[in-house]
Design a protein around this ligand. Sequence first.
Ligand code: HEM
Ligand SMILES: N[C@@H](CC(=O)c1ccccc1NC=O)C(=O)O
Length: 279
Amino acid sequence: MSQCPYNPAREGAQMSFQDRMSYVDYLQLDTILSAQTPLSDSHDEMLFIIQHQTSELWMRLALHEMEACRQALSQDRLRPAFKMLSRIARIFEQLNSAWDVLRTMTPSDYQSFRPSLGQSSGFQSAQYRLIEYAVGNRNLAMLGPHAHRPDLMAALEAELAKPSLYDEALRALARMGLPVPQDILTRDLRSPWVEDPRIEAVWCEVYRNPDRWWEAYELAEKLVDFEDYFRRWRFNHVTTVERVIGFRRGTGGTEGVSYLRRMLEVELFPELWRMRSTL
Ligand code: HEM
Ligand SMILES: N[C@@H](CC(=O)c1ccccc1NC=O)C(=O)O
């Protein structure tokens, strides 16, 4: 005899959503789940689309956290800032794990729909560029692909007008009493960070006397942790790209792998890495 399936309504599960907000309403799933429109008949294009859409959603959260983190730093609320930095690092860990799914796509799978991508490329991801700008990698040449979208351009320009995460960190160090030079605190925010031995000396002081500068020390390690995860993301990307398209030119027009390898050399917080040799 088959048993009667258990009905959760018996313990009070709500079963009628005629006039109530339900899961699908709250999460706007109709919008999200109707946004996957493959342009080819290739089976793997769905994977490719969802991989990118989920990445963009995680980046959306990373930006949200980054914004609040910088605000907390500017108000000397270090503990909440640390919590948000830890979350951002975890988001990148999530993005790093996601490559394992995409790696199941072989070069032949990818070539079956690559022509449908036209000249679109991750190079044109405004949220990725916002993250790079927010953490301090402010290369203005990267604004180009967004010129046709005034709304995205405005968001990127607004970001460039704000102190980066590193700028906020150095301002917080100065308020703690560490000797951050004045010209660093008033630098042109739009320009890329230029490595500075005086900042390396400040971090050395922090790491030589962690008990005295504990909050600065913790901040430094959170920043290094974040950059560590970010570097892994770049590395996973370039490795996946080589695995899938070899040394072909990118749809975005760059040389592909060699461009991405060059990006591996970008250092967000150079003094924090350099001081490890001189400490
Ligand atoms: C098979 C998978 C992928 C391939 C073959 C690929 C290929 C490439 C290539 C060749 C570039 C250089 C720009 C160009 O000329 O197109 C690039 C840039 C980029 N891709 Fe991908 N990509 C893949 C997956 C992803 C995924 C899953 C993401 C996640 C959002 C992503 C995000 C980016 C970003 C943000 C850039 C710009 C990087 C920078 O400027 O530093 N890509 N990709
Ligand atoms: N640049 C890639 C295309 C690509 O990966 C892509 C295309 C459209 C939307 C997102 C993409 N992902 C990352 O660059 C290629 O050259 O095959």
